[in-house]
Design a protein around this ligand. Structure first.
Ligand SMILES: Cc1cc2nc3c(=O)[nH]c(=O)nc-3n(C[C@H](O)[C@H](O)[C@H](O)COP(=O)(O)OP(=O)(O)OC[C@H]3O[C@@H](n4cnc5c(N)ncnc54)[C@H](O)[C@@H]3O)c2cc1C
Length: 541
């Protein structure tokens, strides 16, 4: 778009373009995942001309879904942090998409699962029960419900339970201001008020809260180490199984606080519908998405320490004033940019340890001729031990039943997703690339094995109700989104580095997305996209 004036033009607050030599400043964004689209919407609103180059044929990246045989599958989220007021992420989502268009579901229970006692040496598992003879543990979303339940089944742990829940309730007070959000157009006085008084007081209060519960042993270690402190053997085993064993207690308490406030909920229609809303919002803001446009290189002018633009796989060159990579971190650093621009402390990540990469998944998606109305929406149950073809051992099944979303289910039909977490994504990617028939064969065998285990649980007639089955693997995530080892959220949280968003010696290349802050997820994708847009805006104006 050619404009008449130089510099930054603004027309009575409605449109304001950032322009150079009469031409709007252009930003090439790599990747139409949530981060790329969030960044694009903010930049468009700030007057930049943006184009998103997306390797795939749909928006959303990992935040996706698909249809097969008349069933629609949710490929990603079970909860969106910021779905409701009470979390600063709500403000951030609403800046880029109208959340009132979405109907959210708030479950009473997050998950229910069987509890078994494991004898480590012999790998033996035997039933454990609570005082009512039930071996099912209920993880309630509301703190009051959860506390009441825990105190009832384990009164001997009353002190620890009450301290834990009081820590969660205390965190509720901070969700509205964490992370701090203030609108760009706030007046100076509002900013001073926000940062100078409210935030300062809040941050001190949070620091005090954190120290208090750290010293009293709640916000310390992982759920596994915390579990050992319970006297009740049933609770000890149950708490260990709330999440993966690396889950830090401070993260668990935050997750509980989100659930208690009802600010993290499931959006009806699932991830595909959500990604489409974001893409519509980006297009409405004037941006362009070029699908099936794989980027090969970020082209840098070494003398100027600046990127000139990007080169696509088909050889096309696209000039840019700024380049934002919202794609995989390893690809951006080592393939698209090259070693010269990697901060020296990050060079060692050329070969990333499998254990540093957030879990990927094999997920068995089923379309069944049954509304599955009498089943919990999320359950885990034990089975005989078995192995994923990549060698990951399992002794349970984790099942999501979409019986609460009429867009994915009905009275006599439902979609189900069975999750198998793995850090051996390289096995699947290699196998698909180098032994395609072997890859198809192990998928088929594993699908059959998993269905047998479901039949053992749901009954013999379950088998006949299955109309569609589709097993995704880490190779699917890798193929469709290029995430390293098929990671679902970037780095594992304990990798802990804050420098993943940085590029060395190139002033106009920025990174956003779930790889920029370990732990990843949609909130990080959203916030990092927003932050990069602000950096570019501040750099220019
Ligand atoms: C099964 C599953 C369940 C999940 N559940 C939740 C949940 O409940 N809540 C939550 O918060 N998070 C959840 N997540 C995590 C969340 O989906 C991701 O962290 C988030 O979507 C990452 O967004 P992103 O934009 O950073 O990256 P991505 O989604 O990976 O987007 C990157 C985009 O870049 C494109 N790209 C890559 N390379 C190139 C290239 N060379 N040229 C052009 N384009 C390229 C890709 O095709 C992709 O579209 C889940 C993830 C999975 C897999």
């Amino acid at each position: 778009m050619r404009l008449k004036s130089n510099g930054r033009a603004s027309s009575n607050g409605r449109a304001s373009f950032v322009i150079k030599n009469g031409i709007m400043k252009k930003v090439c964004i790599i990747g139409a995942g949530v981060a790329g689209m969030a960044c694009g919407i903010h930049l468009q609103k700030s007057g930049f001309q943006t184009v998103i180059y997306e390797g795939g044929s749909t928006p959303g990246g990992l935040c996706t879904g698909w249809s097969r045989g008349g069933y629609s599958f949710n490929g990603c989220m079970h909860w969106l942090l910021g779905a409701e007021k009470g979390s600063s992420f709500h403000t951030m989502w609403n800046e880029i998409v109208d959340l009132s268009q979405i109907e959210f579901v708030d479950h009473k229970e997050r998950v229910q699962f069987e509890v078994k006692f494991h004898v480590e040496m012999h790998g033996r598992a035997s039933d454990m029960t609570d005082k009512y003879g039930s071996n099912i543990f209920h993880f309630y979303n509301k703190t009051d419900d959860f506390e009441k339940y825990l105190l009832d089944i384990a009164p001997e742990d009353a002190t620890l339970i009450k301290r834990w829940m009081s820590c969660v309730r205390g965190l509720n007070k901070f969700q509205e201001v964490l992370p701090p959000v203030i609108a760009d157009d706030s007046s100076l006085w509002q900013k001073i008020k926000f940062w100078g008084v409210k935030m300062t007081v809040r941050m001190h209060q949070l620091g005090f809260h954190y120290l208090k519960y750290r010293f009293s042993g709640i916000l310390q270690g992982t759920t596994h180490t915390f579990a050992e402190r319970f006297k009740s053997p049933f609770l000890r085993e149950a708490i260990k199984n709330l999440y993966e064993k690396e889950m830090p207690m401070n993260l668990l308490c935050f997750v509980q606080s989100y659930a208690d406030l009802g600010v993290a909920k499931y959006p009806k229609g699932g991830s595909e519908a959500f990604a489409k809303l974001l893409a519509d919002s980006y297009l409405k803001s004037g941006g362009t998405i070029k699908y099936n446009s794989k980027v090969e290189k970020i082209v840098v002018d070494d003398g100027a320490h600046k990127a000139k633009g990007i080169q696509l796989k088909n050889g096309d060159f696209c000039e840019a004033d700024y380049v934002v990579s919202a794609a995989d971190w390893h690809w951006t650093m080592f393939d698209a940019l090259g070693e010269k621009y990697i901060p020296s402390d990050l060079m060692k990540y050329n070969k990333i340890e499998n254990s540093d990469v957030y879990y990927s998944y094999c997920i068995l998606y089923l379309g069944v001729k049954d509304g599955m109305k009498n089943h919990p929406h999320f359950l885990r149950f034990y089975t005989d031990p078995y192995l994923l073809p990549d060698g990951t051992p399992f002794d349970k099944m984790e099942v999501h039943i979409y019986n609460y979303d009429e867009k994915l289910a009905g009275d006599d039909r439902c979609t189900i997703a069975v999750y198998f977490q793995t850090q051996n994504g390289d096995y699947w990617i290699d196998k698909r690339e180098n032994d395609r028939s072997g890859y198809d064969a192990v998928k088929k065998q594993f699908t059959a094995l998993a269905i047998e285990k479901l039949v053992e649980h749901f009954g013999e007639d379950f088998r006949d109700k299955i109309e569609v089955s589709d097993l995704t693997t880490p190779a699917s995530y890798h193929r469709y989104t290029n995430n390293y080892n098929g990671s679902s959220q970037g780095w594992m949280p304990m990798v802990g580095r804050r420098s993943f968003g940085k590029v060395r010696n190139v002033s106009n290349v920025f990174l956003c997305g779930h790889w920029t802050i370990p732990g990843g997820g949609l909130p990080i994708a959203l916030k990092s996209g927003r932050d990069v847009a602000r950096k570019i805006k501040n750099n220019t104006c």
